[in-house]
Design a protein around this ligand. Structure first.
Ligand code: PMP
Length: 434
């Protein structure tokens, strides 16, 4: 008997007692027991090896079980696994934050560590509100954002997610009312569209007196629709933020750490935000850690305000294991030829996925960096298509009408070929689409 092998009773227990993300307990979706994961492969308990197309939702950029990341955790666990951060500090946090200040835009000098992407968004929102409060204009307390965005599942984050996409609608009555404008016109290479510029200008003219910050995902809108848009939109937005006195928050939780071909998506533009949220691939997917970075102006204004302090402090702030492995992951990324790896993935995704555009089920194919998206006309039957992908030896988890991948950067061309083949083949299978 293998130690790792799950009995059938364990799976029944899982289905009866354990809530998986976005699932029903009355009618649970099938779950597949994983024994281990190494490199780009996920090994199921029954011996099936799957090529990972998801990087565990954008995180595992180096693949799984990387010896350098394992070693960082093992080394740190010998020293100290956790210690409160109030009144104490430690080398893992200092070294990580020094690295974050070094690799993010120069204007971002202050780092607030927390434990998940959603919380880093809450922190960013609170920073923006406290900033204007400290400046004596507390009426500037609303957020402005674009439709089709996604920023997490906590209340502040939910309030700036797309208000009609169905993920958080149930909570609309208790969510802080925010200001939404239409999402940017799709297309990375697009010049600024007149309609987009007009939408932005009107929104700023009408609302700037009550708006603390504009928050959005730069260049790629992730879970809200996997849409790619132009740097020109962000440049116009940044100019308006400066003109009207509104802070700019970039949520790079998904796009950060090389995924779009730049270390951060903001580098596709000529501008930088006042506040930046990062998470997910920060630790290479090894531990839960996120951070919110801000400018000197934001930090000092808050600190010199009436409250004198920033009102947030998670228990697991700056967890040393997470900080150590995050630093190791960033160093590993910097030591690798990640730009070339991501570029090669992009080239191959374009070559292999773009022909699917001709398929009658496919509305659009989009590729940027190590992200490939096949948008279908109809919703995908997740359980059926998942079983199909597993039979093809790949791990892809579609969402609504989107079959999308963001593989680990270490994926080899033949492995990526298998993943793309499986996506193509899935389109020909009846019963996979509603
Ligand atoms: N912002 C973006 C852009 C995200 O993609 C996500 C996670 N999907 C979040 C915020 C929330 O992060 P977490 O799930 O770690 O709370």
């Amino acid at each position: 008997m293998f130690e790792n092998t799950l009995e059938k009773a364990d799976l029944v227990f899982d289905q009866q007692h354990i809530w998986h993300p976005y699932t029903s307990m009355a009618n649970p979706l099938p779950v597949f027991p994983v024994a281990s994961a190494k490199g780009v492969y996920i090994h199921l308990e029954d011996g099936t090896a799957l090529i990972d197309g998801m990087s565990s939702w954008w995180c595992a950029i180096h693949g799984y079980n990387h010896p350098r990341l394992n070693e960082a955790i093992q080394r740190q666990v010998q020293q100290m696994s956790h210690i409160m951060f109030g009144g104490l500090t430690h080398t893992p946090a200092i070294e990580l934050c020094r690295k974050l200040v070094e690799i993010t835009p120069e204007s971002l000098q202050k780092v607030f560590l927390c434990d998940s992407g959603s919380v880093s968004v809450e922190v960013a929102i609170k920073m923006a509100i406290q900033y204007w409060h400290a400046k004596g204009t507390p009426e500037k307390s609303k957020l402005m954002t674009v439709r089709k965005g996604y920023h997490g599942d906590t209340f502040g984050a939910m309030s700036v997610c797309d208000p009609v996409n169905g993920m958080h609608q149930i909570f609309n009555k208790v969510l802080a009312p925010q200001i939404f404008i239409d999402e940017p016109t799709p297309g990375f290479a697009q010049p600024l569209q007149a309609q987009d510029a007009a939408n932005l200008e009107t929104a700023f003219e009408e609302n700037h007196q009550q708006v603390a910050a504009f928050i959005l995902e730069p260049i790629v809108q992730g879970a809200g629709g996997m849409r790619i848009y132009s740097p020109a939109f962000l440049e116009k937005l940044s100019a308006l933020c400066t003109q009207y006195g509104v802070l700019l928050i970039f949520d790079e939780i998904a796009t950060g750490f090389g995924r779009t071909g730049k270390m951060f998506a903001t580098e596709h533009t000529a501008i930088t935000p006042d506040i930046l949220c990062i998470g997910k691939a920060l630790t290479g997917g090894m531990m839960t850690l996120a951070a919110t970075l801000c400018t000197e102006d934001v930090a000092l204004t808050i600190s010199q305000g009436e409250a004198g302090v920033f009102m947030h402090g998670p228990t697991f702030m700056a967890n040393p294991l997470a900080c150590s492995v995050a630093l190791a992951s960033i160093r590993l990324l910097q030591d690798s030829n990640w730009q070339a790896l991501v570029q090669n993935i992009e080239t191959q995704l374009k070559e292999k996925l773009q022909p699917l555009q001709m398929h009658p089920r496919v509305k659009e194919v989009r590729v940027m960096g190590a992200i490939g998206v096949v948008e279908c006309y109809h919703t995908v039957n997740v359980a059926a298509i998942q079983r199909f992908f597993i039979r093809q030896g790949v791990w892809i988890r579609p969402f609504r009408n989107l079959i999308y991948i963001m593989p680990p950067f270490i994926i080899q061309p033949d492995e990526l070929h298998t993943v793309c083949q499986a996506i193509g083949a899935s389109l020909y299978n009846e019963g996979h689409f509603d």
